[in-house]
Design a protein around this ligand. Structure first.
Ligand SMILES: Nc1ccn([C@@H]2O[C@H](COP(=O)(O)OP(=O)(O)OP(=O)(O)O)[C@@H](O)[C@H]2O)c(=O)n1
Ligand SMILES: C[C@](O)(CO)[C@H](O)COP(=O)(O)O
Length: 226
């Protein structure tokens, strides 16, 4: 499923960032095509805002594997809504669900395939992520360095994140809407999702300055990430 119901406030513009055009196509079109290109992908549920009139005009919306549902006020609520919509069209608790941000259009299909291979049948699931590579500083209230934080073992969580549908639904139902990713909800249930290293190109479009970076990735790789 793809979480595409956000307002994109930090990226600016009155059009939500998933519809900003990067390297000739909308951010959501790139993300959707990446998921549809994963071998064995049986369907993609797009969680979009109730007032969204653009999603159904995407070229890939013609693909019979693409479905739509209404998202919620927070990302977690949008994912929960998509899981219920998947169940309503026949997905079972044992089926595996990849949860992806619309805002990560440069994900490499090969990274998603490595995630699927690494998780295998492990019910705790896994996620794409990137090891922290810079020295970390904790700031004090004045914006000065309070301390250098240990970075050993720290990773930046990305998407897709892969879990069995039933376990993920139960974990999200037990978590509140402030949980920022699926792995976080699973961790609260005692799961230990596998971290699978992904290309840095899988950045999230969050701020305006991310758009030209993403455009370079898309142009240099033809939308295939790194
Ligand atoms: N209620 C929400 C909020 C976010 N998302 C999706 O979750 C992904 C990651 O969230 P984020 O980058 O925080 O997106 P926005 O909430 O749109 O951004 P902002 O916080 O700047 O408004 C995006 O693809 C976004 O569309 C969603 O489906 N439903
Ligand atoms: C899920 C996520 O992409 C992992 O990095 C991210 O947490 C979503 O964005 P948010 O700004 O934290 O809601």
């Amino acid at each position: 499923m793809i979480a595409a119901a956000g307002a994109g406030l930090r990226a600016g513009d009155e059009i939500p960032k998933q519809y900003h055009v990067v390297a000739g196509r909308s951010v959501l079109a790139w993300s959707l095509d990446a998921l549809l290109a994963v071998p064995g992908m049986s369907g993609v549920m797009l969680a979009v805002a109730a007032e969204d009139t653009r999603a159904t005009t995407l070229p890939a919306a013609e693909d019979s594997r693409v479905h739509f549902c209404s998202g919620g006020a927070e990302r977690a609520a949008s994912v929960r809504s998509a899981l219920r919509a998947l169940a309503a069209i026949g997905a079972g608790d044992e089926d595996w669900v990849l949860v992806h941000d619309a805002a990560r259009p440069a994900v490499a299909v090969s990274d998603i395939e490595r995630l699927v291979d690494a998780v295998g049948d492990e019910p705790d699931g896994g996620l794409l992520a990137c090891p922290v590579r810079d020295t970390l500083k904790r700031a004090d209230a004045n914006g000065a360095v309070a301390e250098t934080a240990a970075r050993e073992g720290l990773w930046q969580a990305m998407t897709p994140q892969l879990f069995p549908l039933g376990r993920l639904r139960d974990a999200l139902d037990a978590a509140d809407d402030r949980v920022t990713d699926e792995a976080g909800a699973m961790e609260r249930m005692g799961a230990r999702p596998i971290l699978v290293a992904a290309s840095l190109s899988n950045i999230k479009y969050t701020y305006p300055e991310d758009a030209p970076l993403l455009a370079r990735w898309m142009i240099s790789t033809g939308g295939e990430g790194a």
